[in-house]
Design a protein around this ligand. Structure first.
Ligand SMILES: C[S@@+](CC[C@H](N)C(=O)[O-])C[C@H]1O[C@@H](n2cnc3c(N)ncnc32)[C@H](O)[C@@H]1O
Length: 211
């Protein structure tokens, strides 16, 4: 009997441990909220670095990351030289928010919905980039439309939106955006390979990424 109690306690401890490490949280969220995760595993470091490289370097302003998840892109943005005070992460899932706040204590991690972005951004703050890994193809269509409307409103005068997708063909959500410029690049070192697109809704040209 004692033996069985000990085994149960050990299994519970293991379960707690797995739930609190990044891959464990990702798997748990994938099973409980598959539509809002929309990926089979977190982005690779290569994809994260490529996303971060699309952020313009020659302007100032706030960088907003949407769907921080386990924090791989958050880390890449910081590694790219973005100061924590100039970074804001919006994440919908509470377990991810908890983990992101532990890992990036000096970054503003907002527990919220990207569809409410206009209300979440500090008033009057200039926005340099919206870096999104939201699963726009698997979110409900009206929600996707609402999210993309916020991008167009916030980036009307300057800044870029950076989004990756796994689709070879133009995804449906692209038709909801009316950018002035776009540029795309493929990242093969990711599971599955991903296509990064950068959108600009104002006149200045798009940044060139490092090779
Ligand atoms: C594909 S995962 C990306 C996670 C991480 N950035 C990466 O690249 O591995 C999508 C993330 O978007 C979050 N998400 C989904 N819908 C959201 C919404 N409406 N607002 C904010 N975050 C959302 C999910 O909780 C999840 O963390």
């Amino acid at each position: 009997m004692m033996h069985r109690v000990l085994r149960f306690e050990r299994a519970q401890r293991l379960n707690e441990y797995i739930k609190n490490i990044a891959p464990g949280i990702f798997i748990q969220e994938l099973f409980t909220q598959p539509g809002s995760i929309g990926a089979i595993c977190p982005s690779s470091r290569y994809l994260a670095r490529r996303m971060a490289q699309q952020v313009p370097r020659d302007t100032d302003g706030l960088v907003i990351e949407l769907g921080g998840g386990t924090g791989v892109i958050t880390q890449a943005l910081l590694d790219q030289g973005i100061a924590p005070k100039n970074l804001m992460v919006v994440e919908y899932s509470r377990p991810f928010v908890r983990r992101l706040r532990e890992r990036f204590s000096d970054v503003n991690i907002v527990h919220g919905n990207a569809a409410d972005l206009c209300q979440l951004v500090p008033p009057g703050r200039k926005i340099k980039a919206i870096v999104s890994s939201l699963p726009l193809c698997s979110l409900p269509d009206p929600l996707t439309q609402l999210i993309l409307q916020q991008w167009q409103t916030l980036l009307r005068e300057n800044g870029v939106a950076i989004q990756f997708s796994y689709h070879l063909r133009t995804p449906k959500w692209r038709h909801y955006l009316t950018p002035k410029h776009t540029c795309s690049k493929m990242v093969w070192a990711n599971l599955p390979p991903a296509n990064i697109t950068t959108f600009s809704f104002s006149e200045p040209t798009l940044p060139h990424s490092a090779p």
